[in-house]
Design a protein around this ligand. Structure first.
Ligand SMILES: NC(=O)C1=CN([C@@H]2O[C@H](COP(=O)(O)OP(=O)(O)OC[C@H]3O[C@@H](n4cnc5c(N)ncnc54)[C@H](O)[C@@H]3O)[C@@H](O)[C@H]2O)C=CC1
Ligand SMILES: O=C(O)[C@@H]1CCC=N1
Length: 291
């Protein structure tokens, strides 16, 4: 069986997947990227030494097809994928990394019985530290699911979830890296405000968040315990935390993540309303999780 992996869309998350798979030992001859932009195609081909081509070429003979385009580009990509007959000689699995669009849309657009897996990854995939949540569609076999989980495990951690949780997952781990980067950005600006150079503030803030992340994942302690350990009685940290809370930190995080999840939940409708769906709306839009 072919082990060819096609990545449709060589943008930020497509590149993260490509880089992660190469770092994890996949051979470039088994990887192919489809990319629409000529400039981006040249960048990806130069940087990674993989074939960059169009969707139909990339999908031909591929066992795994990862879709990594924006939601409004999915209709066109699915039409191209559907036009490639697999002749029954590959058990093609389509893995979508696209936020918001339910499995039912892909099942409607592709051949009946197609194996489709919905995944919400995140950009730390670039350094093999992704968190990927995975919801298999109804026609995915155990072997196909295991094969895709193995590919994703090579670039980080995986968690299988029912599809109905994907909007919440997107709010936590899909968009989550951006919240961490925003915090670091704000810490650097504040450090500069307090008299550090930008270089000093950057090094201090980045290493602090890195160390805190490793402590969180390796100490076995909860965030509450770890924060308490930093907060000396009557000390400096308590002062900082009082100001965070007065500024509505927790409420702000909750509201931001609610907005994120709602945006994900409405992706299908937005694509239709904006006339970008090209008639792809699935009947009832119902999720068809296998778990
Ligand atoms: N950026 C992130 O952190 C994450 C993104 N995602 C999902 O991944 C998808 C892609 O996001 P990004 O990589 O950020 O977007 P991006 O805009 O950086 O990349 C998309 C790429 O797809 C290419 N493209 C569009 N239509 C194409 C077609 N028909 N054939 C070939 N190439 C085509 C574009 O030229 C572009 O380079 C989105 O659906 C997003 O929801 C999911 C999780 C995290
Ligand atoms: O912002 C977005 O829409 C994508 C999905 C999750 C992270 N980035």
């Amino acid at each position: 069986m072919s082990q060819r992996i096609a990545i449709i869309g060589g943008g930020k998350i497509g590149e993260a997947l490509l880089a992660g798979l190469i770092q994890s030992g996949k051979q470039t001859k088994d990887l192919v990227v489809a990319e629409k932009s000529e400039v981006r195609s040249a960048e990806v081909a130069d940087e990674y030494g993989v074939l960059v081509t169009d969707v139909v070429n990339a999908v031909e003979g591929a066992q795994f097809v990862f879709i990594a385009v924006k939601p409004d580009g999915v209709t066109e990509v699915l039409r191209d994928i559907a036009s490639v007959d697999d002749n029954g000689d590959t058990e093609r699995v389509v893995v979508t990394l696209v936020a918001g669009l339910p499995l039912s849309r892909y099942e409607t657009a592709l051949q009946a019985g197609s194996s489709i897996i919905r995944v919400m990854p995140n950009t730390p995939m670039l350094v093999n530290e992704a968190m990927s949540a995975v919801s298999p569609g109804r026609y995915v076999s155990d072997d196909q699911l295991e094969a895709v989980l193995d590919l994703l495990r090579a670039v980080g951690k995986v968690m299988v979830v029912p599809e109905k949780l994907m909007d919440a997952v997107t709010a936590v781990s899909g968009s989550g890296p951006a919240y961490a980067f925003l915090l670091v950005e704000a810490m650097i600006d504040a450090g500069v405000g307090l008299g550090l150079t930008r270089a000093q503030a950057s090094e201090l803030a980045v290493q602090t968040i890195r160390g805190a992340g490793i402590l969180l994942s390796e100490s076995g302690l909860s965030p509450v315990d770890l924060r308490a350990a930093v907060t000396s009685p009557g000390g400096t940290t308590a002062e900082a935390i009082r100001e965070f809370e007065a500024a509505g930190f927790r409420h702000g995080v909750y509201q931001a993540m609610r907005a994120c999840a709602a945006h994900s939940a409405n992706a299908g409708r937005r694509v239709d309303v904006e006339g970008l769906g090209g008639g792809l709306a699935g009947p009832g839009e119902s999720a068809a999780p296998r778990v």
